[in-house]
Design a binder for this molecule. Structure first.
Ligand code: CP
Length: 313
């Protein structure tokens, strides 16, 4: 696998290969005093972020460092982007410096795929990994969600995963709809009618506006943040109405079965899409998702930079 641009790049076997390797890496490193493997020694990994991030950027940096890569963080706000340098010139410049991998977050949908065409036109050049492109995709988030669900549920075949919230603006929802379906899960998207994307009928999912009806029979529920920054100041329904109809507050959470797993990709707005204490309950896998993000991103770096052979040691 040269690049990871979309969850659609992954068939069942390649997704399972990444997830299984991530599991082996987690097991290998668990409890070790020195979390350092030599696997990516000599490789240069650049994170290039045009949007803010805590989890994705830091976990990619951690993943690279735990495998001995040289990891350099390029923040658009502190780079020559501020002097007017284009995305193409920035990508070609970083390639010329010697990048083996470009990990890119950018507000434009399709930007990672475009960068891959620029820097690696014949398949020779750095690997490009999509760390979130606008409202399009966030494939490593979907992989870490799948890893967490497999750990909690024992597998994904036939499991019903309900994804709730601002589906319209969510790259997490789109990547999860693709990947979780590929892995055999039944995915249900729940949102107010104003936050369901046009064309959702073409996704491999069922869409609904009735959260309480869909929670019956769910194996897991993934709450999404309302992305006010992508709404140009307009948001309907109101925040209060949204919290009542689509939030996972304490009363609604108490009606869930004990084994129903609660996920959130973060950052979360406690009190809006998820109750203050619901996020900390034993059913919540939110911090497990964050931990798994490091191991999944280690595995993605291995698959793109080294290959698919078992490379844990
Ligand atoms: N889930 C996620 O992408 O979080 P960050 O924006 O903090 O990277």
């Amino acid at each position: 696998m040269k690049h990871l641009l979309s969850a659609a790049d992954l068939d069942r076997d390649s997704a399972l290969s990444i997830l299984d390797e991530a599991g082996r890496l987690k097991e290998t490193l668990l409890g070790r005093e020195v979390r350092k493997l030599p696997t990516l020694r000599g490789k240069t990994v650049l994170t290039v972020f045009y949007e803010n991030s805590t989890r994705t950027r830091v976990s990619f940096e951690t993943a690279g460092k735990w495998m001995s890569a040289d990891v350099i963080n390029v923040s658009a706000s502190a780079s020559s982007v501020q002097k007017g340098e284009s995305l193409r010139d920035t990508a070609l410049t970083l390639t010329a410096i010697g990048a083996d991998a470009l990990i890119v977050r950018h507000p434009a949908s399709g930007s990672s795929a475009q960068i891959a065409r620029w820097v690696s036109p014949e398949g020779v050049g750095p690997s490009v990994i999509n760390a979130g492109d606008g409202m399009h995709e966030h494939p490593t988030q979907a992989l870490l969600d799948a890893m967490t669900l497999r750990e909690r549920l024992g597998g994904l075949d036939g499991r019903r995963i309900v994804i709730v919230g601002d589906i319209l603006h969510s790259r997490v929802a789109r990547s999860n709809a693709l990947l979780l379906s590929t892995l055999g899960a039944e995915v249900v998207l729940v949102a107010p009618p104003t936050l369901l994307p046009v064309g959702v009928e073409g996704w491999p999912v069922r869409a609904s506006t009735d959260l309480d009806a869909e929670l019956a029979g769910a194996d897991a529920v993934m709450m999404l943040r309302v992305q006010a920054e992508r709404m140009n100041g307009g948001f309907f329904p109101s925040a209060r109405e949204y919290a009542v109809r689509y939030g996972l507050g304490p009363a609604r959470a108490a009606r869930l079965g004990e084994d129903v797993v609660v996920l959130h990709p973060g950052p979360m707005v406690r009190g809006m899409e998820i109750g203050f204490d619901v996020a900390d309950a034993s059913s919540s896998a939110i911090l497990q998702q964050v931990t798994n993000g490091v191991h999944v991103r280690m595995s993605v770096l291995l698959h793109t930079l080294v290959g698919t052979e078992g490379t844990t040691e």
